[in-house]
Design a protein around this ligand. Sequence first.
Ligand SMILES: Cc1cc2nc3c(=O)[nH]c(=O)nc-3n(C[C@H](O)[C@H](O)[C@H](O)COP(=O)(O)OP(=O)(O)OC[C@H]3O[C@@H](n4cnc5c(N)ncnc54)[C@H](O)[C@@H]3O)c2cc1C
Length: 374
Amino acid sequence: MKILIIGTGLSGGCIARLLKDRNHDVKLIEKQRIIGGLCFTKISPNGIKYEPYGVHVFHSGNPKIIKFITKFDKFNGYVHKRGLIINGKLFPLPLTKESLYWFENKDQIFQELQNRSSEIDNTNFETACISIFGETLYQYYIKNYSMKMWGMDPKKLTAEWVPKRLELREKEDESYFGSEWQGLPKNGYTFLINQIIKGIPVKLNTFIHNPEDYDIVVSSAPLDDIMQLKFGKLEYRSLKFDYKINEIWESQYMGTINLPQHPKYIRKCNFKIPHKQKSPQNWIQYQEPAATNKDNLPMYPISTKENQYLFNRYLKEVCKTKNICPIGRLGLYKYLDMDKVIEIAFDMLPIIENYLNSSPEERYNNINEIRNKY
Ligand SMILES: Cc1cc2nc3c(=O)[nH]c(=O)nc-3n(C[C@H](O)[C@H](O)[C@H](O)COP(=O)(O)OP(=O)(O)OC[C@H]3O[C@@H](n4cnc5c(N)ncnc54)[C@H](O)[C@@H]3O)c2cc1C
């Protein structure tokens, strides 16, 4: 089949590779002047590798995904550790029950944890967090962070990803991602994606496509854009970045530190730690949440009930088109990590190959089933 893939991020790159290896005639287009989407590595002015869209640690518990991704570069074995600063003190992230003894009002915190119900209250993001952490910890490290991150009251967000992203551990674990295989590509993400799409034609700086010229168009672009904003805009959140070179870094091992109480930034990353680079200097990135605009890329789908409803309308509509199939974080409007967008690319293969023979209902059910799996 003649297939056009929109977007050269990890989703577009991986689905292009998988389809090309099944002998389809594949072409990629990308609206930016560079490939990679959010997975993009550069060298800082002081010689340190870094990701301009935030440190990206690849992690997976799935042998099929590990086998696939390690064909394209060696990984550096970095085990991600994160921290958070509360009232000037550094804590591990996820918080552990052991670390709670360092809080001034620990008695109150333990009391609230003891009084929790065994069921998570999924009414909204705030109720779900309070049922896991109790009111005091929620106020300390989640509420302000989330208001900055999403630019809205956490009560307006759904509880969709709370159990997958937020936890309170019994004691300090080896890493942020538990026991999953993890690391960064030794040559960076831009190299990795270039290797993935090797031999596949790419046209950069290109938005316009003519879907009729192809059997199938697989799109990792924002779904509302692809549907010409027919039902209105889906909301995404973005980040802006500032850099510091020689500021002191609080830990030898933590690549990222969350700043829930900072008035502007949500977290900071010191890239020489995840890239395992030896340098007397640091290259520290501060991340400030922002609305999307022509400079700030869409990065995070904002999970409110209204957005979920709108996405669902768009998904039904795209399934009625002759040949457009959405994938990826922006196409499926879901907060997905890199391993998951690759798993989805594998899962989508049979759906894409049968797309022209499927009814709109079958397409919708198949895509929704995959989306809900992750
Ligand atoms: C700050 C941050 C940190 C992260 N850290 C991690 C981490 O540590 N570990 C992890 O596993 N995951 C992490 N992620 C998630 C990871 O970035 C995503 O899973 C992954 O990049 C999604 O790839 P994608 O191809 O679906 O989307 P994208 O990377 O967004 O790619 C979409 C591509 O489509 C292009 N495009 C859009 N519209 C059009 C159009 N109309 N025409 C042509 N091209 C178009 C875009 O320019 C872009 O290149 C992080 C994400 C963020 C924002």
